[in-house]
Design a binder for this molecule. Sequence first.
Ligand SMILES: O=P(O)(O)OC[C@H]1O[C@](O)(CO)[C@@H](O)[C@@H]1O
Length: 631
Amino acid sequence: MASISGICSSSSSALKSHKIFPPACAGGKNLRGAKWAATPLIGGATRQRGGPLRSVARDTPPADVALGAGASTPLEKKQKSRGGVEKDPVVLWRRYVDWLYQNKELGLFLDVSRIGFTDEFFEWMEPKLQKAFADMRELEKGAIANPDEGRMVGHYWLRNPELSPTAFLRFQIQNTLVSICEFAGKVINGEIKPPSCPTGRFTQVLSVGIGGSALGPQFVAEALAPDNPPLKIRFIDNTDPAGIDHQIAQLGPELASTLVIVISKSGGTPETRNGLLEVQKAFREAGLDFSKQGVAITQENSLLDNTARIEGWVARFPMFDWVGGRTSEMSAVGLLPAALQGIDIKEMLVGASIMDEANRSTVVKNNPAALLALCWYWASDGVGSKDMVVLPYKDSLLLFSRYLQQLVMESLGKEFDLDGNRVNQGLSVYGNKGSTDQHAYIQQLREGVHNFFVTFIEVLRDRPPGHDWELEPGVTCGDYLFGMMQGTRAALYSNDRESITVTVQEVTPRAVGALIALYERAVGLYASLVNINAYHQPGVEAGKKAAGEVLALQKRVLTILNEASCKEPVEPLTLEEIADRCHAAEEIEMIYKIIAHMAANDRAIIAEGNCGSPRSIKVFLGECNVDDLFT
Ligand SMILES: O=P(O)(O)OC[C@H]1O[C@](O)(CO)[C@@H](O)[C@@H]1O
């Protein structure tokens, strides 16, 4: 069983140096992140302003255009060369060596040699990049980096509280970390125990949350939870009743020893609220007191916070206004579930902090996030014209692409830029894992539509030391995985498919923290390069609003049907009649769908006629309610 010192170990001097931890958690000497290969990339080059990138990216070069002829910007030249990449092995090896980024403290490498950018492109991007660095510095100093919502963006402070702009914020971060460590320690060692088994301990965590309040914890659990964690974790991350039932059924009698963590920054997300209500019902049916097993992670005074306070839940942890959902893995959102699984959360913070430090370099070759952002720009023409396929060659990193999907797409997928121009920006992300995907869609990547670039995630260590064996002379199972990755990289490249490779030694808490920090920063820099706000998500509101309208219409339909069904004799209604009485003639299709859904779910709806020909349907309720249905 992991102890409190195991999950919140303070052994790393690097950690202490980054002043993440208050005295209760750690103390020690400084060890600043060293720098390697500090050769400046660009010196006094003439900088050209680019042409209109959007039209550049979407232009198809005419067949008779000589490679690069007539093009003025580096991206135009790329367009005209039809994406052909360098093939000479000697030149490629030189390019590999020249561009290889290494971070010794993290054991992390970044290889961008198989993205076909030119030196001229980097020179051309330099002013934009320096502006992005300046934006990032302002953000880290506490500027209002999310102008629409008037909020600071402070996820970098979570792993280096010294950076936060006020002493109060610093205190909040440190205090929360101490509370997480103490709480997780007490749960694990049995000081905080489930009320219905007073001699026992909590054995399970059920996390209820969605989006940024689920994806980070899911990724980290899959990547880092030990085989026999002190508490096992399950997730409810949807309002799918069957999915919720499945999780509760899987817990069975262990519901009595389950700590339920409800995570929602806003504290009002419907899917999460529904998950909570469903779990509370399961507790009631099992004769359990939910409040003695519930924990809330949310903003102070949100609906969820108030509910938890009034009902006297076991604990409440804060979610800060200045941390966005998709960058919340290093807040209580990610740290509490991880700590309860015995994961060394301080090492995650150390990894992130070291990576952040590297990403503050204004020399692009020393700044892995800047390298990534520039590669994305090159590969997708700065307009998201190519998708990012993320292929980790390690089963435990399966959920990384899913995690990145929200981080990248919710951040970069924007209709308008910061100046109000319609740009419809974005970068699509998908992927599962290698070599599994070799047997699924790599065929299309190699030979089909050329609308992507790949990011390989390579893990050097195959197995813990002492466990490996050769399944044929000189070759292990891990050698096959390695061979598959190298082979796929080479085969794709030989057909002009570009790729980036991120290499880590092992999947450790430090490496995972570093990977998260690397992509958080790359997204922030890229957003500056394309002049959009990475920190809001106005687009998701439209779907939420429309869902609310559907449910409101359903209530009106039920009221109309109830009135007709209470008549003597019962008055079956056609869809047109229902729509008419609802004053919603334009919603007839939705009314049909509402009725079909309710009929399929035994909701006392009787629909006569043929569902395949909606005009023939007549509907009434199997039982009528003389009182107002919704009081
Ligand atoms: O943590 P909350 O407030 O429940 O929100 C969950 C998710 O919903 C979103 O707001 C999108 O709808 C995400 O940005 C967020 O991570």
